[in-house]
Structure formats: C-alpha cells, structure tokens
Design a protein around this ligand. Structure first.
Ligand code: ACO
Length: 355
C-alpha cells in the first residue's frame, strides 16, 4: 500500500534517545547439555547462538524494560522530555492487564502518559516505531517512548529442545520524536498473515484472579516453516521498503535485522543484496530476544562506532503472527544517547576541561 503523501512531505520524525539492558545471568549453550538431548556444538552450528541472558527469578518484563529506560536516562538525563505516550512491544507481558507499558511508565517518571502494549512478537519494535511516528504526525503525542522488552525465559518450556535453546531476555528503549530535516524515519512496510499463526505461538491461559496471571509455559513452533517464512519475508519486505524509499541495497550502510538465527540472516541478506559485512549481528551473545533484538543490535552498533550520523539504516524483522516489518531510517546522532558512550564521555570531559 502506498500513500499519496511521501516521506519528504512529512515533518521529520526519528529516534531521539536510545537505551538497552540485558540481565546479568549468562546461559551458555553447554548449560543445556545436562538436561536436554542436545550439544553446544549443535546449537551454535544450527543457529549461531553461543549464549543468552536470563532474567533473575523475580525480574519480569517490566523490570527489564525499566532498566533499558534507565540506561537511556544515564546517557541522556533529558531523554524523556515531552514523552506523552509509552508503547511496550512484548510477547511476555507481566500480565494482560495492566499493560507492561503502564508499569514501565509509572516507574520512570511517565505516570499519566498514554500507555499500551503491542503484540506482534519479534517485529514489535519496528511496528512500534511506525505507531509512534503516526501518533506524533496525528498530533496526539509530542514524543513517544517505544520499549521492546522480553523475559522469554519465563514463558519458554526449558525442557523442549526445539525452542528452549533459541530464546533469551533483554530490552531496548527508544524515544521517537522530531529530528532535523533530512534525518529520521523514511518508509515502513508491515504485514501479518494469521494463516501461519499455528507455526509459531504462545498459548495464554485464562487469567487466574486473584493472585496473578498464568501465561502458557511453552512456545509452539514449526522451526522449518518459520525458517522458510523468515527468509522469504525478510527479503521481500526489505526489497519493498527500499523501493518505496527510492533506495537500492547499495545505498544501505547498515542492516539491523531481527536476530533469530544467523542462517536466516545470511540467507535473507543474500536475497536483498546487502553483504554480511554491512549487517549487524549479535545473536551469538543474546539469542532471540524477540521484540528487543532490533534495539539491542542498534544500540551496540552505535556504541562500537559502526552506526554514525547520516548513515542509511534498514531495520527488518519477522515474528509470530506471522508478522513482518521493515523500515528505512537516516540516522541522526545529534542527541547525547545517539553516539558511542566513549564519544559521549570524551565530549563531556572536553566540555568540562573547557569550562
Ligand atoms: N539439539 C539437537 N537436535 C535438535 C535440537 C536441539 N536443540 N532441536 C531440534 N533438533 C533435531 C530435530 O528434532 C531434527 O531431528 P529429526 O531430523 O530426527 O526430526 C533435527 O534436529 C533437524 O531439525 P531441523 O528442524 O531440520 O533443524 P534446522 O537446521 O532447521 O534447525 C531451528 C532448527 C534452529 C529451529 C531452525 O529451523 C530455525 O531457526 N527456525 C526458525 C525459528 C525461529 O526463528 N523462531 C523464532 C521466530 S521469532 C518470534 O516471533 C518468536
């Protein structure tokens, strides 16, 4: 679907602050060998994953989301200024009600802001950027906080070797708001196909009140079907959003893909013609953190100096639904949390010396 109202005619909206968090507990592949019929070597060779992070016993999705927002604030104390709405993309919410977004908002000083959860699994963060842009353009929010947060270790069956090895916990938090002309979000392509819903699902038992909410404790997955779907949809949606943006794969400085499996990323990049040397990958350290993978990869690529001001980014994700989302983004690095922390620290030190 194309709109008659091109990107260049819209006020520029982009990411104005960014933070991330992963729990301290590292779970290496070898940890599964004791209780599952698997090997560390099998996991790494089939998925690229070497380790993932697990939340602590009493650490839930709202907690990891709050920690990502606090990281954002530690980099930019003014980063939440003018935020009128909070979106939490998650498939492992603390509860169906209240929303995890409301729980996060109230703990980071945004009580009273509009808050709601968004459920499109691993494509949720990119969906959230689009919803945030729409809310700002519609005049209902000045800035929107989009959090991709998961505590998947709580909802994945740790005795199922097909799924247990894939998933980890973590969160990324981005503020979406006005950026200077020529920067920011360009075009989006999003979709969903519920006929594929049974290939990847997380059952949700009825709420047991009072006393809490019983999530299903297993992700159901047809790995081969999801693999084929993922390669096709990542390739097609990336090509479509590049065409819509009047860009070619040669214009892309960095692809920030959903991190589910290194083989999926390699095959998809081959389909839209961007080499792996221009693709940000951290699946080996965090596994699949669903809605958190894209902001975690973006944050790390800024911190190690790969993503810099004015570069052309392509964000692309797929997930349960089945769903997909891709967007083009001209990176703006004009706010304190949008540069590497080392660069930020040396600028602050220089300012202090100069003062
Ligand atoms: N250890 C050892 N053997 C295993 C394991 C394991 N952990 N898991 C599965 N196997 C076995 C299978 O049972 C199968 O055995 P069989 O041949 O006797 O039936 C064999 O290994 C090969 O199975 P395949 O499914 O062909 O293995 P494949 O190479 O495709 O890898 C995988 C499986 C990693 C799951 C892959 O299909 C994949 O990554 N699929 C996509 C999954 C995904 O991305 N899910 C998340 C989506 S995002 C979201 O929204 C949550």
């Amino acid at each position: 679907m194309t709109n008659s109202f091109g990107a260049s005619a819209r006020p520029p909206i982009g990411i104005t602050a960014l933070g991330m968090y992963v729990p301290a507990r590292v779970v290496p592949n070898a940890a599964y060998e004791a209780h599952l019929d698997t090997t560390a070597e099998w996991i790494e060779s089939r998925t690229g994953i070497r380790e993932r992070r697990f939340a602590a016993e009493h650490e839930y999705t709202s907690d990891v989301g709050v920690a990502a927002v606090r990281d954002l604030l530690s980099r930019d104390p003014d980063g939440l200024r003018e935020v009128d709405a909070v979106i939490c993309a998650t498939i492992s919410p603390d509860a169906l009600m209240p929303s995890t977004a409301a729980l996060i908002a109230s703990q980071v000083g945004l009580g009273g802001a509009a808050a709601f959860d968004l459920s499109t699994a691993c494509s949720g963060f990119v969906y959230g950027l689009s919803v945030a842009q729409g809310m700002i353009l519609a005049g209902v929010a000045r800035r929107v906080l989009v959090v991709g947060a998961e505590a998947l270790s709580k909802v994945v069956d740790q005795t199922d070797r097909n799924t247990a090895i894939l998933f980890g916990d973590g969160a990324g938090a981005a503020v979406v708001g006005p950026v200077p002309g020529g920067y920011g979000l360009q075009e989006f392509v999003m979709g969903a196909d519920g006929t594929g819903g049974s290939s990847l699902y997380l059952r949700c038992a009825a709420p047991q009140l009072p006393g809490g909410f019983q999530m299903g404790h297993s992700v159901g997955m047809n790995g081969r079907e999801v693999f084929k779907f993922a390669v096709r949809v990542l390739g097609d949606s990336a090509n479509e959003v590049l065409n819509k943006s009047h860009l070619t794969s040669g214009d892309v400085d960095w692809v920030i893909p959903h991190q589910a499996n290194i083989r999926i990323i390699e095959a998809a990049c081959g389909r839209f013609g961007v080499p792996m040397s221009k693709t940000v990958v951290n699946v080996h350290r965090y596994g699949n953190t669903s809605s958190a993978t894209v902001p975690l990869a973006l944050r790390e690529a800024i911190d190690d100096g790969r993503v810099r001001d004015g570069q052309q980014l392509l964000l692309v994700a797929f997930g349960g639904g089945l769903s997909w989302a891709a967007c083009t983004l001209k990176w703006w690095a004009g706010a304190p949390s949008l540069v590497a922390r080392t660069a930020q620290t040396s600028e602050e030190e220089a300012a202090e010396v100069g003062a």
